[in-house]
Design a binder for this molecule. Structure first.
Ligand SMILES: Nc1ncnc2c1ncn2[C@@H]1O[C@H](COP(=O)(O)OP(=O)(O)O)[C@@H](O)[C@H]1O
Ligand SMILES: [Mg+2]
Length: 258
């Protein structure tokens, strides 16, 4: 069994002009963990995800996925290696149905390759059938079967969040980075998304790192929490350790002297 951390971030930095959004950030995530990334607005959480998941090139530092250096690789390359992420704002294709949104997320769709289609029509057909099957199973897992043929633009905010989670599942992701899965979601759905994350973690071997402001969700899901402030790690530990640390309170609310 591979005992290397699934993700290792070393001295990661990202600057925008004079703004150091992420500053010398180092941490690792082990297989099977659910790690929370919290911190006040502007702490650099989303930028960390962007630089780890290939959406932006880091200014400094390295990223390793299962021991392989992947710094600067594209989102698509990383997706195929098993690193998947969701966005603070859902990013579905509005004019495709829910089912189609999952199908296009799938690893490879040889049917789109005309040459493949011509050379190996049977193989392509079989693959497409598998993709449809997997998309349907994923919709069922998400409780979205009833809206399979609905255009994504007509789904509710919560349903879009679920679809977003579903798209990460289509790639057999090993590590999923979730950016505020609970944002704009009602408490019932929040509960459900939490259940799904736990199910995926315990029964399907997914590892998670999630950014979230809802501390109840963080406490319920996370084995370990990393607190970011001003692009750096302020503290790392259990919910209990974080709750009782005055540095964290200061980072969120400003210290008395400030
Ligand atoms: N594309 C960008 N251009 C310039 N500054 C940015 C950009 N993205 C983020 N920042 C800045 O980087 C800092 C961290 O932002 P962000 O990573 O979005 O924080 P968080 O997700 O923790 O709220 C903020 O000061 C923000 O204004
Ligand atoms: Mg953010």
């Amino acid at each position: 069994m591979n005992t290397k951390p699934i993700l290792e971030v070393q001295n990661l930095g990202k600057s925008y002009g004079g703004v150091r959004a992420v500053n010398d950030l180092s941490f690792s995530i082990n297989r099977g963990e659910i790690v929370g990334l919290i911190g006040p607005n502007g702490a650099g959480k989303t930028t960390s995800f962007n630089t780890i998941a290939g959406a932006e090139k880091p200014t400094t530092g390295e990223v390793f996925l299962e021991g392989v250096k992947v710094t600067g690789r594209s989102t698509e390359q990383l997706y195929h290696m098993g690193l998947s992420r969701t966005f603070q704002l859902s990013q579905e294709y509005p004019k495709m149905t829910a089912l189609e949104n999952l199908m296009v997320a799938c690893k490879s769709q040889p049917g789109e390759n005309i040459l493949m289609n011509w050379l190996y029509p049977k193989l392509v057909n079989k693959r497409e059938t598998e993709v449809v099957q997997k998309s349907k199973e994923t919709l069922e897992f998400l409780g979205l079967t009833h809206v399979a043929d609905e255009l994504a633009e007509n789904l509710s905010g919560g349903q879009k969040k679920l679809l977003e989670l579903g798209r990460t599942m289509m790639a057999d992701a090993k590590l999923i980075l979730l950016d505020e899965p609970g944002a704009g979601v009602n408490p019932t759905l929040m509960q459900k998304i939490g259940d799904m994350i736990i199910d995926l973690n315990q029964n399907r071997g997914y590892t998670f790192c999630l950014i979230e402001h809802d501390m109840q969700l963080i406490e319920r899901l996370c084995h370990r929490i990393i607190v970011l402030a001003e692009g750096q790690i302020l503290l790392e530990g259990s919910m209990e350790e974080i709750r009782n640390n005055t540095k964290v309170v200061d980072a969120y609310f400003g210290s008395a002297e400030a």
